[in-house]
Design a protein around this ligand. Structure first.
Ligand code: ADP
Length: 178
């Protein structure tokens, strides 16, 4: 059985990698499919994200990294994949993921979504959290693969956050009616 693990991966985190490694033990092949979603504005290009994932999954010969656009079910059909692999962290993930799984089932009845519960140590981890930390100069070495940490430090060196100075409270003025 071939599984597709679709996502934005902007960028891939150790939480994603954990799902890929565990999926690799369950399925004949896992295709990590980076979604080209015009409604999101990722910091890393599609090509860069594919390269980042390829580098940190080199040790997994049955994992392929690709990109796609359009409906995930169309891509799954095209790749002859019967499973969509997704990760679950918190309750809010579940609501969104369940809705997506049901929707995908209406689009192609042969597709099954398989959820893997996050490993405890990554339950808080998301690409946005990682970007927020790196943006303000924090270390993300323990949260993303080494090559991705380097890319993030480099990105925020070139694109530092625009921080406006804190506004000082002016002396309160008496409220005059009328
Ligand atoms: P999307 O934009 O499709 O949500 P993401 O790259 O954010 O793409 O996530 C892809 C999948 O990986 C989703 O199923 C998400 O729930 C799962 N995921 C993200 N972070 C983690 C994590 N820390 N542990 C387990 N699963 C995760």
């Amino acid at each position: 059985m071939i599984a597709i693990y679709p996502g934005s991966f902007d960028p891939i985190t150790l939480g994603h990698l954990d799902i890929i490694e565990r999926g690799d033990r369950l399925f004949e092949k896992v295709i990590v499919a980076v979604l080209c979603n015009p409604s999101k504005s990722p910091i890393f290009s599609l090509e860069k994200r594919v390269a980042q994932i390829s580098r940190c999954t080199q040790h997994l010969p049955n994992v392929e990294v690709a990109s796609f656009t359009g409906l995930t079910t169309d891509y799954a059909r095209q790749r002859n994949a019967g499973v969509l692999l997704r990760g679950l962290r918190v309750l809010s993930d579940f609501e969104k993921e369940l809705q997506m799984a049901h929707t995908n089932k209406t689009l192609w009845d042969n597709i099954e979504t398989v959820f893997l519960a996050t490993s405890n140590e990554y339950s808080f981890l998301s690409s946005s959290v990682v970007k927020e930390i790196a943006k303000f100069g924090g270390s993300v070495d323990h949260l993303v693969p080494d090559n991705v940490a380097e890319d993030l430090y480099q990105w925020y060196k070139v694109h530092p956050p625009q921080i406006s100075p804190p506004t000082t409270m002016s002396t309160p003025q008496p409220f005059i009616e009328g």
